[in-house]
Design a binder for this molecule. Structure first.
Ligand SMILES: [Fe+2]
Length: 452
């Protein structure tokens, strides 16, 4: 027996109520809704032999990037396998299973490739599409994110129930690949068609960030807080974007207010929440703002994550918190753990650790010790591969800023100028950060002329 999902594809279950719960899982996942795990629980309680729900659980666990959840993800995979051995699972379900197995083995790139094979056979499957977006985002593969969507985009006509959310995803990939005009148009259209498309709202915020349109960014986000009020911890990230606009405008009181009341109000330990906080405090300190004892709250949390080794992007933000939060022993322990992972060399994240993570982490430690020349050299060595640590341009910019400021503080003005010019070219505008650095080294006019 089978039921159909909202996209018209078979689910190997015979309970339409469980199938409806599945549709709610997918809709919630697309909207970054806090209700996603509730719908997952509902589906599995209604139909314990629901292979796709078990597989979804496995993916969700791994995407959280926490070592202690790996056994639960394995359990979810194995439960799905047992169910699928006893029934005539669809090709789609088997595709998800092999993708999850590859992810469990640490081969994130192969897992995403496998899910794209599922998308090729089932192009209207927005759940596979969104999973691939999430996984390639973790790898910093913006080109792959865009290619993945463009391969199936024709399947998302206006009647497709997830069309608006897919447009929001498409907008983000356009932004990350530098097509800002198209990204803004797609993102605005997505939000018009689905008011809770937090990812679409966020994609347009990224456009404003990259193009230095801070006033429009503040207006865009403050005018529609309901668009992300329903979100899981992704809502902290949208508040982080609003804080970035204020930061670029020199409105530091507003940044600290958002930090205390939204971004780190809940002292959560998800790595994405830590990354928002650590990145913001770093940027504030680089602008000379006293952040008080705010580092210590995150350092205490990150001290428990030194042996995670799940996501290099997470490790680097833990490192920021540990090295700035008076936990230098733990920072060294994290560095050793990253080195061990790099030496293993068999997983996607081991490769990223070896290619960029370890060197960047050393640079962060040296910067916190005030050893700016050495920090510059370590961060510069990581720089050609920093895209691979994952996240967005806006998120990785904290490492770019640290590299530039390390050069400036070490008196390496030529090197700083080269980095600033690269950064301006990559972003498409001179933002507040670049403006202040260029004035400090007296080359604003020549940089402006070169960027026009
Ligand atoms: Fe973002």
């Amino acid at each position: 027996m089978t039921c159909n999902d909202a996209f018209g594809y078979d689910l190997t279950i015979d309970d339409p109520v469980a199938a409806q719960a599945w549709d709610r899982i997918v809709a919630a996942f697309l909207a970054h809704s806090a209700a996603t795990p509730l719908h997952l629980t509902e589906a599995l309680e209604r139909e314990p032999d629901f292979a796709m729900a078990h597989l979804a659980k496995g993916f969700f666990m791994l995407l959280l990037g926490r070592a202690e959840l790996a056994p639960a993800a394995r359990e979810a995979h194995d439960a799905a396998m047992r169910i699928m051995e006893g029934n005539t699972a669809t090709k789609r379900e088997r595709g998800y299973e092999t993708a999850l197995e590859l992810y469990l083995q640490g081969n994130l790139a192969a897992a995403a490739d496998r899910l794209e094979q599922v998308m090729a056979a089932y192009p209207r499957d927005a759940f596979a599409l969104k999973l691939v977006q999430s996984m390639r985002f973790v790898m910093g593969d913006s080109t792959g994110m865009r290619r993945s969507i463009e391969a199936v985009h024709d399947a998302y006509d206006v009647d497709h129930p997830a069309a608006a959310y897919v447009n929001g995803c498409y907008a983000f990939t356009l932004e990350e690949t530098g097509d800002y005009l198209a990204a803004e148009a797609r993102g605005r259209d997505a939000v018009l068609r689905a008011a809770d498309d937090a990812w679409g709202v966020h994609a347009v915020a990224h456009v404003f960030d990259m193009t230095g349109r801070t006033r429009e960014g503040v207006t865009w986000l403050t005018n529609q807080p309901e668009a992300w009020a329903h979100c899981n911890n992704f809502r902290y990230h949208v508040w982080w974007h609003l804080a970035l606009f204020h930061l670029e405008r020199g409105e530091y009181v507003d940044v600290l207010r958002l930090y205390d009341t939204e971004i780190r109000a809940d002292h959560t330990d998800d790595y994405r929440d830590i990354s928002n906080g650590a990145s913001l405090l770093t940027r504030l300190e680089l602008e000379g703002v006293d952040v008080g004892d705010r580092w210590n709250e995150m350092a205490l949390i990150c001290a428990e994550r030194t042996d995670d080794g799940c996501v290099v992007f997470a490790d680097l933000h833990y490192m920021l918190a540990l090295s700035n939060g008076d936990a230098h022993g733990k920072a060294c322990r994290l560095l050793q753990s990253m080195k061990r992972n790099a030496e293993r060399g068999k997983t996607t994240m081991a490769e990223v650790s070896a290619d960029a993570g370890v060197s960047a982490a050393e640079g962060l430690i040296r910067f916190s010790h005030g050893d700016y020349s050495s920090a510059y050299h370590a961060l510069s060595a990581a720089r050609p591969n920093m895209r691979r640590v994952g996240g967005s341009h806006a998120q990785r910019d904290v490492f770019e800023r640290l590299t530039i400021d390390a050069a400036l503080r070490a008196g390496m003005l030529v090197e700083a100028q080269v980095l600033l010019n690269d950064r301006i070219r990559a972003r498409g505008a001179i933002d507040g950060y670049a403006d202040r650095r260029l004035w400090s080294i007296g080359t604003f006019e020549s940089a402006l002329a070169a960027s026009l």
